[in-house]
Design a protein around this ligand. Structure first.
Ligand code: ADP
Ligand code: MG
Length: 238
């Protein structure tokens, strides 16, 4: 079970508080989208959930376990970044296999997992290439594949499509939605693209200056924003 509870979650850098007492209950297999202006604390929140950033205060609970001090590698979570963060010297296959190799998974399991993920993402023909020989969309598929092979209960995606052109963003948006349905994992997806938020989310979390403004379904946010900020953000032209 990968329900996720954030209870008064905080992040401070020295005297600077960048995430303030965030309370959020995410259901198992939900697709949550975090939106808000640049610098409002979206990435920091994801990184705390991933264990890439120390939690300054409050609690992170996944399932029924307190995760605050669990090392990143022991969390059943995979993260996908905006800049793909692929290993440039490795083939696509090894990029995808690497995480399983580190965990000492048997070779036949690794092969099966990589091949299965590659098939789903339509990158089977690219497995022997290096990242530099791929298009932006293909690289992002590899980054997704690398996250998938471990079969994590939670996917964290930080603006995964923002380096792609508008047409490809549309395609990948649909692909990620499909992937979510197929994988049965909990997704937390950060974007500043309101079309992505409105079309992909079960619920949207609107953040501003490290505070949550509103958590609601796309329809409710659109119909009943709690304040001008939310209304402005959701209604803003692209
Ligand atoms: P977002 O992803 O919403 O654009 P971030 O979570 O990256 O925002 O950043 C939130 C705030 O925390 C910003 O003001 C940013 O400058 C600050 N911040 C992020 N990382 C650090 C750091 N390592 N040290 C100091 N401040 C940081
Ligand atoms: Mg960010």
């Amino acid at each position: 079970m990968a329900s996720i509870s954030l209870k008064k979650l905080n992040k401070t850098y020295g005297a600077l508080k960048v995430v303030h007492d965030i309370d959020l209950e995410i259901a198992d297999k939900e697709f949550i989208v975090l939106v808000g202006p640049s610098g409002c604390g979206k990435s920091t929140t994801l990184r705390m959930i991933a264990g890439l950033e120390e939690i300054s205060g409050g609690e992170l609970i996944i399932g029924s376990d307190l995760m605050n001090d669990v090392p990143s590698k022991d969390r059943d979570i995979a993260m996908v970044f905006q800049n793909y963060a692929l290993y440039p010297h490795m083939t696509v296959y090894r990029n995808m296999a690497f995480g399983l190799e580190l965990r000492k998974a048997p070779r036949d399991v690794i092969e099966r997992q990589v091949e299965e993920a590659a098939k789903i993402l339509d990158i089977s023909h690219l497995l022997n290439r290096k990242p530099k020989a791929l298009s932006g969309g293909q690289r992002q598929r590899v980054a997704l594949g690398r996250a998938m092979v471990r079969n994590p209960a939670v996917f964290l995606l930080d603006e995964p499509l923002s380096n792609l052109d508008a047409k490809l963003r549309g395609t990948m948006r649909a692909e990620i939605t499909k992937l979510h349905k197929r994988l049965d994992a909990t997704f937390i997806y950060v974007t500043h693209d309101q079309v992505e938020a409105m079309t992909m989310a079960d619920r949207i979390v609107v953040m501003k200056d490290g505070h949550i403004q509103q958590v609601d379904t796309p329809q409710n946010l659109y119909d009943r924003p709690v304040n001008m900020f939310v209304a402005g953000f959701i209604g803003a032209p692209q």
